[in-house]
Design a protein around this ligand. Sequence first.
Ligand SMILES: NC(=O)c1ccc[n+]([C@@H]2O[C@H](COP(=O)([O-])OP(=O)(O)OC[C@H]3O[C@@H](n4cnc5c(N)ncnc54)[C@H](O)[C@@H]3O)[C@@H](O)[C@H]2O)c1
Length: 181
Amino acid sequence: MRVVVTGGAGFIGAHSCRAVLEAGHAVTALDDLSHGKREALPPGADLVVMDVRSPQLADEFQRLRPDAVLHLAAQMDVRRSVADPLFDARVNVLGTIGLLEAARRAGVRRVVYAASSSAYGNSERLPKRESDPTNPLSPYAAANALTVPSTFTEASCIGSATERRTSICAARCSTASGRRR
Ligand SMILES: NC(=O)c1ccc[n+]([C@@H]2O[C@H](COP(=O)([O-])OP(=O)(O)OC[C@H]3O[C@@H](n4cnc5c(N)ncnc54)[C@H](O)[C@@H]3O)[C@@H](O)[C@H]2O)c1
């Protein structure tokens, strides 16, 4: 199986590339290196330097023919999202929708992507549950509330009735920590 990991040169992405390789699969990291580092990639991972917003993304997926895409590329800076909400939305909302569309066109069977528990705001009820109401407190959080599986994102993967459907899954991650942070 071949897995494409967007944001693969970032913190969670590089760990994910390593896990995919250790599970015996082939992995290609797709990253614009705006924040990630080439050196973070484990030996054996291929790298495509590309912005997920690129119009060439669909062609790249057609070339790579991945079985699955793990979408971790994101504008991660909450303060930047407040200062420049348009940029945040371009990467985190339109970038995700564009990626889902490119994956569907390339016949990718499965897309898993990282959303964020920031979509729930500062709710004091713990543990947070998937069914909790969203209460985003920044444009970054709002993008993560918008792109969790919904009619919005699922519709992006359905296509016409004759096309193969791509299944999608989002994980609303809490803060991650660990080695090579
Ligand atoms: N780290 C956390 O605590 C945390 C918590 C919740 C959710 N998440 C989500 O997990 C995902 C990964 O987080 P991370 O901590 O590994 O972040 P990170 O910044 O280390 O990695 C993100 C990677 O995406 C790349 N990237 C950014 N914009 C891009 C673009 N337009 N095209 C291609 N590549 C681009 C960066 O170069 C970087 O390598 C993000 O979606 C983030 O919202 C992370």
